[in-house]
Design a protein around this ligand. Structure first.
Ligand code: DAH
Length: 339
């Protein structure tokens, strides 16, 4: 009996467990009804009286030691689990890869950078806009069909509030807050109630430009846009200005950039002309200056509006504008290298 008690005591003192499950198995093995400690008690009961007196006490203390050991192991396993769930804050980070900048942002930021370098600051306005800033101050007469050029999303059936249809509304906000000389570009999201297709979406981004000072001429406009085109598309880039119409500029033009006509893709991109339409522009209409308390006798200015998505689609050869807004990670991941 003596040696059985001793060897079981040794065994129990050296027990180890990796987790709570293992501790539970040990508890069952040693401390359950049919466990090893109890089986010694069973043997003990069969001993003659004199031996009982000898081994009663050591057997009880073995049982207590076993209980204490199992409790200590349970405690250890519990601690380990806790520190795992709280996380080891010092362990090294698993590198999951960098995110990518969105292609629309890449193009937008590059354009902003070009104009910032020649003294244009950056301004912003609200996406929900009133009729005055989006239309009336920009010389869209009431009930005039020019308003139909831009299918408008109205807010809660209130014809005075709408999602802005262009960033030209920010021109008005800048003019009402600042005195000339004004040199600003206004990037932002705009909304049009248009059918969504591969080529058009109900929201997209524009960058508005506005320059007002004494004696600003159409030549200044053309030179500024040529500078932009050559910075963005390359130093040999050619541009052309086609007469156009916007209520807020007179004269108005659209600017094309020569893209090339060398392969089938160029034909498709440029509808067989070799030229890519990039922006609308013109000399700020004197009526717009007057609406904003700027004297057209003293000041003149030019403005332009660049469509960001159109440029992004061409730059990255993206065949469908909807891909820009689906947030498919497989698509967006491809722009990591552009950072
Ligand atoms: N707002 C026009 C549009 O959305 C673009 C535009 C044309 C802006 C001429 C201008 C401009 O500032 O002068 O189609």
């Amino acid at each position: 009996m003596q040696s059985k008690i001793e060897s079981l005591r040794n065994e129990i003192q050296n027990l180890h467990a990796q987790n709570a499950d293992e501790v539970e198995k040990l508890r069952i093995r040693y401390l359950s009804k049919k466990g090893l400690v109890n089986s010694l008690f069973t043997e003990f009961k069969a001993l003659p009286g004199e031996e009982k007196r000898k081994f009663g006490q050591p057997l009880n203390s073995l049982k207590n030691e076993a209980k204490a050991k199992i409790a200590a192991l349970q405690n250890e396993a519990g601690q380990a689990q806790k520190s795992f769930s709280e996380g080891d804050l010092s362990r090294p980070v698993r590198f999951e890869g960098l995110g990518a900048e969105h292609p629309v942002n890449l193009v937008k930021n590059e354009i902003i950078g070009i104009f910032n370098r020649i003294g244009f600051n950056t301004s912003e306005g609200p996406e929900v806009e009133d009729d005055w800033h989006n239309f009336t101050a920009l010389n869209f007469p009431e009930e005039h069909p020019a308003r139909d050029m831009q299918d408008t999303f109205f807010v809660a059936k209130d014809p005075d509030w709408a999602l802005r249809t262009h960033t030209s509304s920010v021109q008005v906000r800048v003019m009402e807050n600042e005195k000339p000389p004004i040199r600003t570009i206004s990037p932002g999201r705009v909304f049009r109630n248009e059918a969504i297709s591969a080529r058009s979406h109900c929201f997209f981004h524009q960058i508005e430009g506005l320059y007002i000072d004494k004696k600003v001429s159409f030549a200044d406009l053309k030179q500024t846009l040529l500078f932009f085109a050559q910075e963005f598309f390359g130093p040999k880039t050619k541009i052309r200005l086609r007469p156009s119409y916007f209520p807020f500029t007179e004269p108005s033009a659209e600017m094309d950039v020569y893209w090339g006509l060398e392969n089938e893709r160029d034909y498709r991109m440029t509808k067989g002309t070799g030229w890519l339409e990039v922006l609308g522009c013109g000399m700020v209409d004197p009526a717009v200056l007057k609406n904003n308390n700027i004297d057209p006798e003293e000041y003149s200015g030019f403005a332009f509006g660049i469509g960001v998505e159109r440029i992004a689609l061409h730059r990255f050869q993206i065949p469908d504008i909807r891909m820009l807004f689906e947030n498919d990670a497989r698509f967006l991941k491809q722009f990591t290298a552009a950072l």
